[in-house]
Every structure is written in structure tokens, then in C-alpha cells.
Design a protein around this ligand. Structure first.
Ligand code: GRF
Length: 203
């Protein structure tokens, strides 16, 4: 069973989609064992608590400098012996040391069809504002591996979502979450977990 850690910063609807997918049998080869946030007020932590999952807040504000924060973040992840790290709305940059140690084992969900509307400053609602401003007729979500770049790692899954006349950033964000993010992230986790399981069986 793949041990999954989920890093969050906000409401945790993607985390909830993963937990629901475990319950409904969409995810059978992986289990969320740990949730970490940089934001002690993140509702995602309450979702983890309600599901009986170990969770904690490690905030950069609690450390004298970025290096100390990175050291604490890495120590926590190592302690949990995670096989896969899922960034689900996690707004803090992953330290390069962590990317090196977990290369190919950190995935991120981004609310657009990368390479559109990604990179510096393009996160959360801002992504949908950019899409509406550009006037695209189709947007969507992307699950990709995390490397040292910003939203530049290898793309694993994408799903298109229609932009509707009269959409606001909020209505578009909701549709992208419902029709893409909450489907793609559980699917990606299960596909990775099955691949690891089958590789283990072949070994
Ligand atoms: C989502 O829009 C996701 O695409 C982006 O950040 C937001 C996280 O939402 N990465 P939630 O915390 O999962 O509800």
C-alpha cells in the first residue's frame, strides 16, 4: 500500500476528493497517512483530523530563516516514510533538496492546461482570472511531477473543461475543481500506486 502524504494550504477540497476516492474504491493501492500545511488555519487540517489522519502545521513564520523551515519540512516528510508526496493547493515552494530526494515521487495539481496560465503568480483564483482575460474557450487541470522548475515538471494527466459565457473566476474555478481536479488527482495517485505495486511484483 503506497504511503501518501498530502501538502495543503487552504480549503482542502482536493484532499477531500482523495479521501473520498479511498472510501469509494477508486483508490485501492494507496492511502493518505499524513497531511501537512503551512497554514494553521487551513480547513484542510480539519478535514484530515475528521478522517483520523495524522496532520500538522509547519509554517515558515515559526522559523528564524528559510533554511531552518526547509530542514523541519524535510525532517517531517522523512519521519512519515512517505512513498508519494501530493501537493494539493500547497503554496510554498518545495526545497530543491526535497525534490532531489523524492524525484519522480512528488505530484502537483494545477488548475489549468499547462503550459497555459502557470508559473510565477499563477495560482488559485488568479489562474482562472488569467484564462477569462485571455478569452479561452477551454481550460482544465493538470497533474504533473514536481521538479526544480515552477509548474514545469513532466505532465502526467490533463482534463479539459468548457469555459461558459458569463463565467466569473469563481464559477470557473468551481467547474474546474468538480470536472477536472477532483477526478484527476485521485486517478493519478491510483495509477502511480498500481505502477509501483506491479513493478514490485515483477522484481
Ligand atoms: C485548487 O484550485 C488547486 O487547483 C490549486 O489550489 C486550489 C486548492 O484548493 N492548486 P483546495 O485547497 O484543494 O480546495
Amino acid at each position: 500500500m503506497l504511503r501518501v502524504g498530502v501538502l495543503v494550504s487552504g480549503g482542502g477540497t482536493n484532499l477531500q476528493a482523495i479521501l473520498d476516492a479511498e472510501k469509494s474504491g477508486i483508490i485501492t493501492h494507496a492511502s493518505v497517512v499524513y497531511v501537512l500545511s503551512n497554514n494553521r488555519h487551513a480547513y484542510a487540517l480539519q478535514r484530515a483530523e475528521a478522517a483520523g489522519i495524522a496532520n500538522e502545521c509547519i509554517s515558515p513564520a515559526d522559523f528564524s530563516d528559510r533554511t531552518a523551515f526547509h530542514r523541519a519540512l524535510l525532517a517531517a516528510v522523512e519521519r512519515e516514510k512517505l512513498d508519494l508526496i501530493v501537493l494539493a493547493g500547497y503554496l510554498v515552494r518545495i526545497p530543491d533538496e526535497m525534490i532531489r530526494r523524492y524525484r519522480g515521487r512528488i505530484v502537483n495539481i494545477h488548475p489549468s492546461l499547462i503550459p497555459s496560465f502557470c508559473g510565477k503568480g499563477a495560482y488559485g483564483l488568479k489562474v482562472h482570472e488569467l484564462a477569462l482575460r485571455r478569452g479561452v474557450k477551454v481550460t482544465g487541470a493538470t497533474v504533473h511531477l514536481v521538479d526544480e522548475g515552477l509548474d514545469e515538471g513532466p505532465i502526467l494527466l490533463q482534463k479539459a473543461v468548457e469555459v461558459k459565457t458569463g463565467d466569473t473566476p469563481e464559477t470557473l474555478q468551481r467547474r474546474v475543481m468538480e470536472e477536472a481536479e477532483w477526478i484527476l488527482l485521485p486517478r493519478a495517485i491510483e495509477e502511480i500506486a498500481r505502477e509501483v505495486s506491479e513493478r514490485g511484483n515483477r522484481a
